[in-house]
Design a protein around this ligand. Sequence first.
Ligand code: NAP
Ligand code: GDD
Length: 338
Amino acid sequence: MKKKIALIFGITGQDGSYLAKLLLKKKYEVHGVIRRSSSFNTKRIEDIYVDPHYSKDFFLHYGDMTDALSINNLISKLKPNEIYNLAAQSHVAVSFDLPEYTANVDGLGTLRILEAINTNKLQKKTKFYQAGTSEMYGSSSPPQNEKTSFNPRSPYAVSKLFAHWITINYREAYGIYACNGILFNHESPVRGYTFVTQKIVQALCKIKKGSKEKLFLGNIYSKRDWGHAEDYVKAMWLMLQQKTPQDFVIATGEQYTVKNFIELVAKKLDMKINWKGQGLKEKGYYKGKEIIKIDKKYFRPTEVESLRGDYTKAKRLLKWKPSHNINTLVTDMIKKII
Ligand code: NAP
Ligand code: GDD
C-alpha cells in the first residue's frame, strides 16, 4: 500500500520532533520544513535524520512561513495527505518585542498554507492541522473549552486567533478538511530553554549539583494546565483521522501555579526551598542560600493569569486522554538531565 505523505511545518521544534517520530512509527513518509540557520537547528530530530541519498521515508526541505513561494512550491510538489502547521514564533513574551514578525509567521503564515492547499485544488486530498493555543482564551475564566470566548492578551495570542478563524473560514468557504487544536501548555525534556518549566528544571538541577547560579523569574503566581508533548501530538494526529473536521481542546484539566511547579521540581530533587518576602522582593532559599529571585523584566505587559482546559469533547470523540500528569512530566524532564 502507498505510504501516506505528511508535511510538517515546525519539524525542528518540540512538537514537530515528537510528531515526526509518531508518524514514522505509523509508516508515513514524513517531510519537514526547516529554516536556513547559521548554526544547526535540527538537534531535536538528529535521531531520526537519514542522509537523503539513502532515506525512503524522511525528508527535510528549506522553507519559511514568511515566504509564500516556498510554501506553495512544497505543497504543489508533494501533494501531502496531511499538513501539520506547528511552525510559529511561539514565545509569548518575545511576541511583545516582535509583534509584526509574530503576526506574519503565526497569522499570515497559516493563511499562506491554506491558500496553497486551495489554489492547488487539494481540498479532496490534503487535511490540515493548525496549532492553536490556550493563550487565545487570555482573560476568559477557566475551565476553558471549545465554547469559551477568546480574549487574547498578547501579539502572539492575537496572531494565533487570526490563524484559528482563517482555518475555520477556509474549511467553510472551500471545504478543506481543516482542524484547530486548541492545546494547553505542554512540555517535555526537549522543551525550549526559555519556557518557564524547562528554565526551572535546568536551573534547579544545576544548583542541586553545586552550581552557584540563581534562577530569575517573573510572575510565579500565574496558573497553567501543563501536559506532556508526547501525549498532545497523538491528539493532533487523531483530529485528522475523523469523518468531519472539527476543533478540539487538548488539556489535562489540572492547574498549578509556577510556584507549585518550582516546589514540585525541588521536591523531586530532594531540595527544600524556603520562601521569604513578597512581590518583587520574594526570594527562594536552599540550605540558607538565596537561589530564586524575582526580576521584573520577566513580567509581561499583559499576563494570562489562569488556564485550565476542559477536554471532554476530545475524550468523547477522539477517545483521547492524557497518559501523563504533572508528576510524571516533571520526572521525565529531570530524568533526561541528571
Ligand atoms: P517551538 O519548539 O518553538 O517550535 C516552533 C517551530 O516553528 C520550530 O521548528 C521553528 O524553527 C519553527 N519556526 C519558527 N519560525 C518559523 C518560520 N518563520 N518559518 C518556518 N518555521 C518557523 O514550539 P512548540 O512548543 O513545538 O509548539 C508547536 C506549535 O504549537 C507552535 O505553533 C506553538 O505556537 C503551538 N503551541 C504550543 C504549545 C506548547 O505549550 N508547547 C501550546 C499551544 C500551542 P526553528 O527550530 O528553526 O526555530
Ligand atoms: N518564559 C517565562 N520565563 N515565563 C515565566 C517566567 C520566566 O522567567 N517567570 C514567570 N513566568 C510565567 C509567565 O509569565 C507565564 O505566566 C508562565 O510562567 C508560563 O510561561 P511560558 O512557559 O513562557 O509559557 P506561556 O504559557 O506563556 O506560553 C506557552 O504555552 C502556550 C499555551 O498556553 C507557549 O508554549 C506558547 O507557545 C503556547 O501557545
